[in-house]
Design a protein. Structure first.
Length: 195
């Protein structure tokens, strides 16, 4: 099992890994959760999958076990910036504008995490390791990109779980039902050294 952070600069070095990641996202978000998202050729994508973002894959021999997307809060593409800010600005009808307690940050020190998933068929005996590897790679990559904080909209249980494995998190918005799941924005510091 390994983790890889993908960018438009290095996608070509990793064969079909990026394609497999988007296919795994489709399976997780469109097939399993029944979210109404764009898809083509068996892949899920949206307006935030631009060269400004990075994608983390936990994989084993090409099989995607988990994934996440990182987007800088200074990103811009047409009318869009990043998902949480665009929701707050009323640009996304599926996410309430009250997603955050405060105004969404625009800072090179803050990156957004989105499209977090663990594949359904990951065996229970390695699921915890897959989650830890995904979160650790997320923090390491964010630090390398200059972030000292991450902001994510995720299932509300993730914030508590992250705290239990040693990452400092705090609620950044109210718990709300999105797509049939209790979600919440959390803010997480990116420590310089991981234990």
């Amino acid at each position: 099992m390994q983790t890889t952070t993908l960018s438009f600069q290095n996608i070509h070095d990793h064969g079909v890994l990026f394609t497999n990641l988007l296919k795994a996202r489709r399976e997780s978000f469109i097939v399993q959760r029944k979210w109404d998202l764009p898809e083509v050729d068996g892949m899920e994508f949206d307006q935030y999958d631009t060269p400004q973002s990075r994608w983390i894959a936990v994989h084993n021999d090409g099989d995607i076990l988990a994934g996440i997307r990182l987007t800088p809060t200074v990103a811009r593409c047409g009318i869009y910036s990043y998902m949480i800010r665009d929701a707050q600005r009323g640009l996304l009808e599926t996410i309430p504008t009250s997603v955050l307690y405060e105004t969404a940050p625009v800072s090179p020190l803050v990156w957004e995490t989105s499209r977090v998933f663990i594949a359904r068929d990951v065996p229970s005996d390695i699921r915890g390791k897959v989650q830890r590897d995904l979160m650790t790679e997320m923090v390491v990559s964010a630090r390398e990109l200059g972030a000292d904080r991450l902001l994510g909209l995720c299932p509300s249980v993730w914030g508590r779980w992250m705290s239990r494995i040693g990452f400092q998190t705090e609620a950044a918005g109210p718990v709300m039902q999105i797509g049939g799941v209790a979600n919440q924005c959390i803010s997480m510091m990116c420590p310089k050294a991981l234990h």
